[in-house]
Design a protein around this ligand. Sequence first.
Ligand code: NAI
Ligand code: MG
Length: 330
Amino acid sequence: MKLAVIEGDGIGREVIPAAVKVLDAFGLEFEKVPLELGYARWERTGTAMSSGDLETLKECNAVLFGAITTVPDPNYKSVLLTIRKELDLYANIRPVKPLPGITGITGKSDFDFIIVRENTEGLYSGIEEIGSDLSWTKRVITRKGSERIAEYACKLAKKRKNKLTIVHKSNVLKSDKLFLDVCRQTAADNRIEYEDMLVDSMAYSLMMYPERYDVVVTTNLFGDILSDMCAALVGSLGLVPSANIGDKYAFFEPVHGSAPDIAGKDIANPLAAILCVKMLLEWMGEPRSQIIDEAIANVLQKKIITPDLGGKASTMEVGNAVAEYVVKNL
Ligand code: NAI
Ligand code: MG
């Protein structure tokens, strides 16, 4: 197993070392391949990622990624979007589940759902033209892209409650009609109970009644926005992990960005990155991955928590405490 480790910029450099500590606690055979990508690399060398880096990534099986700061250059091509496309990581999986004893803005803790976001097309197609009087971006929805994300969501729904919510905006965006039709057909073919929601009312409903949902499938931009919003349900952006999955590769990253406002202070919450390690282990079929949930529950109970959750612990103190629990209880 070859794992590329990309810390990236800002708090990526703090949360990933803490997550790697937890991964190391499992004592598994990994060849770790560190790669420097992102803003700092661009400042130093003029390029955020080279084609050589892409080749290196393609020689790895999986990637653990922190976050990178967007490069302030109008011609900058997003490193993340390039990787998602090049490795064909078409399914972006974002579980939203409260951690024990922590509630978000609604005070609720009776929900557990997964956002399945199409990850290679939609408004993130990269087909755009920027002018001083006219700028546009092409929103691409294909049958193939919709079918494979719908199949992925249905597979997940079968393992859970056999229930799917399709989120779209086909009343205004006619391109979403194709997405909606394909998702409905795929759900029907798989005998999954399904409903559909317009994205704006879904945003409201997720905040009011998160317990109603189980597997939610949607297009690229909607999934991006809804998943950040749902971080407020669990209490912090520092608690939400994600996995970008393709047929050949998988790429694990916290939902949050590089957080320049708190970078370098050693106060970033590493739990999202640590939960990414859990998703990586699950993807590998490692049966002991569940121990990470137990370890996190233990650390939360002891109030070893970062300031975003009202605590005083540093990023590495949380990482060390989770790793110690794993080592002792494996
Ligand atoms: P952000 O997610 O970095 O931060 C939003 C807010 O949440 C900030 O107040 C931050 O302090 C807080 N926060 C985020 N993660 C946290 C953590 N682990 N613990 C405690 N607090 C946390 O989003 P923002 O500020 O919009 O973006 C900053 C930079 O990151 C931008 O350059 C953006 O383009 C980039 N970005 C990169 C992503 C990636 O690499 N996957 C994803 C999102 C943004
Ligand atoms: Mg985002």
